[in-house]
Design a protein. Structure first.
Length: 384
């Protein structure tokens, strides 16, 4: 059965006993997404059930967050002091760097369970033993069971940071959805959509989450690259860390990730369409980063080549701290070194792919991303 917006909204209301979804602009993205899921995604019965559960979960959390804000207006006084945002093309090292910075206890990271089940907000005293955290640990193996190979491509354990995409998905302006389902019209809609409302939602969720578990937020998602002016307007004083990698590798690796993840929920193959779509999406990310790098943003901006991050991750983190005006304690450096020793690349297997499967040619990608590669002096990498 096709998804219907009013039916989804009513189910979420019945599930929570709440009625106020807040800012109605969330319906704009929901409408485009639902059309794409119905017409383009080719969902299997498992995919249909998974997508419905995901949509209802996002709507239910939205209802609970809005209700908590209504009952706790003092949340408006919560200040997000100089957060750190890691931004780059997808597959450029944003996840590895975010996981590394999470080793610093002064940093406040966004975990999957609190982003999706946010009310009541977590308490610092019981954060590690919160039943929602325990449930997240117990259910973390579900995707691995359905798609055992995906862990070699991307892995977000329940105790390490996830992307801002998860919060942004609750306002339905998020590249989270095109990475999971074949919804190309929705993805292109996101590129042109005003991000002011979704960042307002994201900020409100972070204010709620930090109200009883404070800290200096360190956050990340490649999605931010297409809307950096809206991001920094919503988070004044944010420090921006930009990761850079050979765009041709980023495109091919992203297309492979999307094929693997979306293939969990659909038997249909759209390899060449996925290649073309994510070439356009990463080109938009690159253009956004170029414009931002050439702007006069007042807070610190740090550029991180992928080669530096992979060859000397702790030294790279130390340089980032120095450039954003933070100190790294000896204990934090030791924790980072321990993390690097345990989380070695390819520990779950090697991610292999052939760009030709996605209709991707080296020459065409080099031409498409020539300005970006030249601006950040990026060497060509060999494909995996």
């Amino acid at each position: 059965m096709p998804f219907e917006i009013e039916s989804l909204l009513e189910k979420a209301r019945a599930q929570t006993g709440l009625a106020d979804f807040g800012d109605p602009t969330f319906r704009d993205g929901l409408a485009v997404l639902v059309d794409g899921l119905n017409a383009d995604a080719g969902l299997s019965p498992l995919g249909q059930a998974a997508a419905e559960g995901m949509l209802l979960g996002q709507l239910a959390n939205r209802l609970r967050v809005e209700d908590w804000w209504r009952r706790h207006p003092e949340l408006a006084a919560e200040k997000l002091e100089r957060p750190i945002f890691i931004v780059g093309m997808s597959r450029s090292g944003t996840t590895a760097l975010s996981h590394l910075l999470a080793c610093d206890p002064a940093n406040r990271s966004l975990l999957q369970w609190e982003a999706t089940d946010s009310v009541p907000p977590p308490d610092a005293a019981t954060y590690a033993t919160d039943p929602r955290f325990e449930a997240s640990r117990a259910s973390g193996a579900a995707l691995e069971t359905l798609n055992p190979g995906f862990k070699a491509i991307h892995h977000d354990p329940p105790d390490l940071p996830i992307e801002c995409l998860v919060s942004m998905a609750q306002h339905f302006v998020s590249l989270h959805f095109p990475s999971m389902y074949f919804v190309p019209r929705y993805a292109r809609w996101v590129l042109t959509h005003d991000h002011t409302p979704v960042y307002r939602w994201h900020r409100r969720l972070l204010q709620l989450l930090q109200s009883k578990k404070p800290g200096r937020w360190q956050l990340k998602t490649p999605h931010h690259a297409i809307a950096l002016p809206a991001l920094v307007a919503a988070f004044p004083g944010a420090r921006i860390v930009l990761t850079h990698r050979d765009p041709a590798v980023c495109v091919a690796s992203t297309a492979s990730l999307v094929r693997s993840l979306s293939g969990t929920w659909s038997a249909e193959r759209h390899d060449r369409e996925v290649g073309a779509l994510w070439t356009d999406l990463l080109a938009a990310m690159g253009d956004g980063i170029l414009r931002f790098a050439d702007s006069r943003y007042g807070a610190p901006v740090v550029h991180v080549p992928y080669a530096e991050l992979t060859s000397d991750p702790v030294g790279c983190a130390r340089r980032i701290y120095r450039e954003i005006g933070e100190e790294m304690s000896g204990a934090t450096e030791a924790a980072m070194r321990k993390h690097v020793g345990e989380h070695v690349q390819h520990r779950y297997g090697r991610h292999t792919y052939d760009p030709a499967d996605f209709g991707l040619a080296q020459g065409a990608l080099d031409e498409r991303f020539a300005r970006y590669r030249e601006r950040f002096d990026l060497p060509r990498e060999k494909k995996s």
